[in-house]
Design a protein around this ligand. Structure first.
Ligand SMILES: C[S@@+](CC[C@H](N)C(=O)[O-])C[C@H]1O[C@@H](n2cnc3c(N)ncnc32)[C@H](O)[C@@H]1O
Length: 365
């Protein structure tokens, strides 16, 4: 099931490809702390209602990302249960405001630990959970939960856990790249993700693909690239340190806190320290293409509105497309035998979503 990317720019994108042990020891430099900025950024983010969200130019991309996480979580839960029936315990590392709570509920897990650096997000996550419990049917058994505010790239989570229980899954969605500021931080995050996993347990997540980011940067004639919905900007190019290689990712005009390139072969190497073996690494588009073949995943896509419906026979649908945002969908609709309407993302959304990858590590017994 492994499908490791190999499309690193031909010259290596300037990232030195020496032996892994040399690379790690050559990068022990001091870098300024970043956690405070991350916490303050996420603490300030406002919850947006459905009405406003549906007006956003990235409405479908957000839904698509959620669909992808749902499918990933569903697949891993199936594997966990297939290997050993019994209660399932999960760590959501960088849980945010609890965007995945419903996925864990649907997956019928037994216990969830939610951890995040942003205190306001953790409180929102807790109140969402309490609300979910209150509103649930008396016969539905909702998982128990613990909420922890901590910088998981600096603090040891095992010292804060209420129980000594081990986890079946650690889920780290759109988070890991913040810790690649330094080797110490990336390692602490990894330790938190993996040290309390059961043998056979999984560390799953989503993160930008450094190969793709560097490839697009190298193809650009400036220090940035993007389109009308996102922009990625670097401070320099040609040379990319293994840790602390910072870039800014802004989405819909909102500048995010700086992120760091996660050079995946290095993460894979570091994970071995925790007896973790890479079992899946796929770019979003690859993951999508494989999963969409199954009817159950397609119907979930429709339910979650993970794609926009498009038909070239329906004028003004989804928009007049004066900017060519739906050329690919129009071309596809014109093919023989295609049933209308089709599901798609705008070109801009797809360019943003296709930066990311999905990973699954498993703990060796
Ligand atoms: C893009 S959000 C993703 C939230 C959630 N996982 C999701 O998929 O909806 C990134 C989250 O990572 C958290 N985060 C970043 N660095 C962290 C750290 N060092 N320790 C814990 N959480 C961190 C942020 O506070 C934020 O909530």
């Amino acid at each position: 099931m492994d499908s490791v990317q190999t499309d690193w720019p031909k010259d290596g994108g300037g990232m030195k490809r020496r032996r892994d042990d040399e690379e790690i020891s050559s990068t022990n430099k001091q870098v300024p702390d970043h956690g405070v900025k991350v916490a303050s950024h996420y603490n300030k983010l406002q919850e947006v209602g459905l009405a406003a969200r549906s007006q956003s130019r990235i409405f479908f991309m957000r839904n698509f990302n959620n669909w992808l996480k749902s499918v990933l979580i569903g697949e891993i839960l199936e594997q966990v249960r297939g290997a050993e029936p019994g209660p399932v315990s999960v760590l959501d590392l960088g849980c945010g405001k609890g965007g995945d709570l419903l996925k864990w509920r649907k997956g019928g897990i037994d216990h969830l630990v939610c951890a995040d650096i942003a205190e306001v997000s953790v409180e929102q996550c807790r109140s969402r959970y309490e609300d979910m419990r209150r509103r649930s049917h008396v016969r539905e058994k909702i998982f128990t939960a613990q909420f922890i505010t901590a910088d998981c790239s600096k603090e040891l989570l095992s010292e804060k856990l209420e129980s000594t229980e081990l986890f079946d899954i650690c889920s780290c969605q759109f988070v890991y790249h913040y810790s690649f500021e330094s080797e110490t931080k990336a390692d602490m995050m990894l330790r938190n993700a993996c040290e309390r996993l059961k043998p056979g347990g999984f560390f799953i997540g989503t993160t930008p693909d450094a190969f793709e980011l560097v490839k697009r940067l190298e193809a650009s004639d400036s220090l940035s690239f993007g389109n009308q919905i996102f922009d990625v900007s670097f401070q320099s190019k040609g040379s990319y340190p293994l840790f602390g290689c910072q870039y800014h990712f802004s989405l819909e005009g909102v500048v995010n806190v700086p992120e760091f390139l996660v050079y995946f072969p290095l993460l894979e190497h570091m994970a071995k320290r925790y007896r973790m073996r890479l079992v899946l690494k796929q770019r979003f588009w690859q993951f999508f293409q494989e999963r969409v073949k199954k009817e159950q995943h397609r119907s979930l896509m429709a339910k979650m509105m993970a794609l926009e419906t498009y038909s070239h026979e329906d004028p003004g649908q989804p928009s007049e497309d004066s900017t060519g945002e739906y050329c690919h969908a129009k071309e596809y609709c014109g093919r023989a035998g295609v049933k209308l309407p089709v599901g798609t993302l705008s070109r801009s959304e797809w360019e943003a979503a296709s930066i990311y990858l999905v990973f699954v590590f498993q703990k060796m017994s």
